[in-house]
Ligand binder design. Structure first.
Ligand SMILES: [Fe+2]
Length: 469
């Protein structure tokens, strides 16, 4: 592509994103306002005017407006819409409302009228059919007779690449250890009351972001290891990786990802000087925010980190610890860190003093908490990212082979059939083979997982584990 063509493509994508945000907001406002005040209310009328304007903008420029749900994300005329911090609530609402009805794509064609958009919003406001959401929605859609609107059922596409680049894998392993060193050093400095170097930590956080974007599977696999300089350092590092991966998955811009990774690295900094053991009043959250405030120059990223440190145990939708005199809802970055913190605490086994859980078991605990204490959309994206057998899990196959999970299957109905790296044959010999567990042979799945286990159960030491992820 020439430079001019590249510039033009990028300018078009950014205007699509800008108008895309307006489109998402229109759907959010019109569905919400009509439910609250009815279809005659002025705010509903204004919302529909904005909706029609933005649809017509795309129809004029690109011939039609196609809004698609791909996994948990919105794609408008082939440009993926990014979630920004202010627009998160409306983005989440539109993904939810379409997914609940199993609508994968909505196309608005040239000639679409105001009355059609009103009828479309009315359809979205009808309760989804629990037994067969798509059948319920598409029948109502046919009856509504929307001449210039088309809808189709959700479909999730699969990736095909299986293998891992060995150099990138090595770089990911080094970055993991460098981050642990930097975290360890900062925690020691905090303990001794010495000055700490936020720049070094921010660099480590940024490194993790870069690796998550280029070598996601290895870096995610490292989070399932249960070792490190100390459990606190291990936990901070794992949370940083998981948060950066989850943030990248929902499309946060790189700069915000850097702030997210830094905030995640520091989320439990308030624990450094507190005695070990349960902290029912969440004193570490207040202490962490205080430490960050007193850490020197309070930049935007430090303010975001303070927010996360203070609120990462607060529940989605309000409540939780610490109790505050004003009710503050956790922001998107805090919601992400809360999901990753919960998951990792189950994996490392410090949640309520319990034994470490297998990654798959920890994930089912997180799923149970979705919509209760954790944001359900973020939990869904997290499950999509990790798969039901999270990346890094050691699994036994019905073929008798042993394998590590390298990547989740992007089809939600195949989350229990990830991509794996087989490292031990049925006869117990070393091997190295990448496989897709959704692969069929003669109408049957070629390989299936029969169980997962801790590395110690097969006497796999750290070095051996690192060579098979
Ligand atoms: Fe905490």
């Amino acid at each position: 592509m020439t430079k001019t063509a590249e510039n033009l493509t990028s300018a078009l994508s950014s205007s699509t994103r800008k108008y895309g945000k307006a489109l998402v907001t229109s759907i959010f406002v019109t569905t919400k306002v009509s439910k609250l005040y009815g279809y005659e209310h002025q705010n509903f009328e204004d919302g529909i005017t904005g909706f029609l304007k933005v649809v017509n903008f795309f129809v004029r420029n690109e011939g039609s407006t196609t809004l698609a749900v791909v996994n948990e994300f919105l794609v408008l005329n082939e440009t993926s819409l990014k979630i920004d911090l202010g627009g998160y609530q409306s983005y989440r609402h539109v993904v939810d409302i379409l997914r609940e009805r199993e609508v994968g794509e909505v196309v608005f064609h040239d000639g679409v009228e105001r009355a059609e958009l009103i009828r479309f919003i009315r359809l979205l406001n009808q309760t989804a059919n629990e037994d067969d959401p798509w059948a319920g929605f598409s029948q109502a859609f046919q009856r509504a007779n929307l001449e210039h609107v088309e809808v189709s059922k959700i479909e999730i596409t699969a990736e095909s690449e299986l293998s891992v680049d060995p150099d990138a894998r090595q770089a990911a392993i080094h970055a993991y250890y460098r981050t642990m060193d930097a975290t360890s050093e900062a925690q020691e400095a905090f303990k001794e009351g010495a000055r700490w170097n936020p720049k070094r930590l921010k660099r480590s956080a940024q490194n993790i972001v870069d690796l998550v974007m280029s070598e996601e599977s290895t870096i995610l696999a490292l989070t399932s290891m249960n070792h490190g300089a100390s459990p606190a350092v291990n936990h901070a590092t794992n949370c940083t990786i998981l948060s950066a991966a989850l943030g990248a998955k929902i499309g946060l811009p790189k700069r915000t990802l850097g702030d997210l990774a830094f905030a995640s690295l520091m989320h439990d900094v308030g624990k450094v000087e507190l005695p070990d053991g349960p902290d029912p009043k969440c004193a570490h959250a207040l202490e962490g925010a205080r430490k960050l405030l007193l850490s020197g120059r309070v930049s935007n990223s430090v303010i975001r980190a303070m927010n996360v440190a203070l609120l990462h145990h607060r529940a989605y939708g309000g409540g939780g610890s610490p109790s505050l005199s004003v009710d503050i809802d956790p922001c998107l970055l805090t919601g992400i860190v809360s999901v990753c913190n919960t998951y990792d605490r189950y994996v490392i086994g410090t949640s309520g003093g319990a034994d470490p859980l297998l990654p798959a078991e920890a994930l089912s605990k997180v799923i149970e908490l979705g919509g209760k204490t954790l944001d359900p959309l973020l939990v869904r994206v997290f499950v999509n990212l990790m798969g039901l057998f999270p990346v890094g899990s050691l699994v036994r196959l019905d073929s008798g082979e042993l394998a590590t999970v390298t990547r989740s299957n992007p089809k939600s109905e195949l989350l229990h059939r990830p991509y794996v790296r087989v490292f031990s044959s049925a006869s117990g010999e070393n091997c190295d083979l990448f496989a897709d567990l959704s692969e069929l042979t003669g109408g049957e799945f070629k390989r299936s997982i029969v169980g997962s286990f801790h590395p110690e159960e097969i006497e796999l030491d750290l070095g051996e584990y690192l060579s098979v992820i």
